[in-house]
Structures are given as C-alpha cells and as structure tokens.
Design a protein. Structure first.
Length: 127
C-alpha cells in the first residue's frame, strides 16, 4: 500500500509563488529551478531555489532563515559577468544582514513579509 505524504509548505514556497505570480502578471516567462541548473555555483548556493526570467534577464533567489547570505556574493559576480541581474529576496528581519553580507556586490535586495495571508515586498535596494 502506498501512502501519499504531503510536506508542509514553507515561507520560501509562498514567497517563490508570489514572485512567479508577479512575472506572469508582467507577461514575462519565469521558471523555478535549483540555482545549479542555471549556473555553475558554489555547492552551498547550488541547491538554492531560483526564479529565472529570461526576458528581463533576472535571477531571483528567495532565502530561508537558515541560509548564509554571503554564499551569493560569488553568484552575483558570475551573473553580472553574463549580463544577468541577481535579486536576493530575504525576510524583512534579515534585510540588514543582507546589506552587510552583499555590500558592493552587483545585485539588488528585496525584503518580504506577510500581511495576513498575503506576501508583501519592499522596493529593490542596492546593498
């Protein structure tokens, strides 16, 4: 007998879904994948979930509360060398940490929070 197991949804799941909805609303094809599927990256960063939008040449990475932010420094420079943009999406309480960890890196930051059951985003910020 097979038993279906449904894993609980995490905040990263909800935020990733919200980012994809924004791209669809702007008629930009975006695909969710592991970062390693898009670019050769450090091992710690390769397993991170990324949203890749070809038309706008943007890669967005939604971080959970446990992931080290500075693993994305090398990723930011690699994407910049390929003329792609990186946006790092972190919970609002980690936005200051993201500014410190990615200071000077070619990327943008965006904070998120829940407002009731809706994901809200800050404006793009430069670290």
């Amino acid at each position: 007998m097979a038993v279906a197991v449904q894993e609980p949804r995490t905040s990263v799941d909800y935020v990733t879904e919200a980012v994809l909805i924004v791209y669809r609303a702007h008629v930009d094809e975006a695909t969710e994948m592991a970062l390693a599927e898009f670019l050769e990256s450090p091992v710690e960063a390769g397993a991170l979930r990324a949203i890749v939008a070809e038309k706008s040449r943007m890669v967005e990475v939604v971080l959970d509360t446990a992931t080290s932010i500075d693993v994305l420094t090398e990723v930011a420079w690699e994407l910049d060398g390929r003329a792609w943009l990186l946006n790092v999406v972190v919970s609002l309480d980690r936005l200051g940490e993201a500014h410190m960890a990615l200071r000077g890196a070619p990327c943008t930051l965006q904070g998120w929070w829940f407002d009731d059951d809706t994901v809200r985003f800050t404006a793009f910020e430069k670290p």
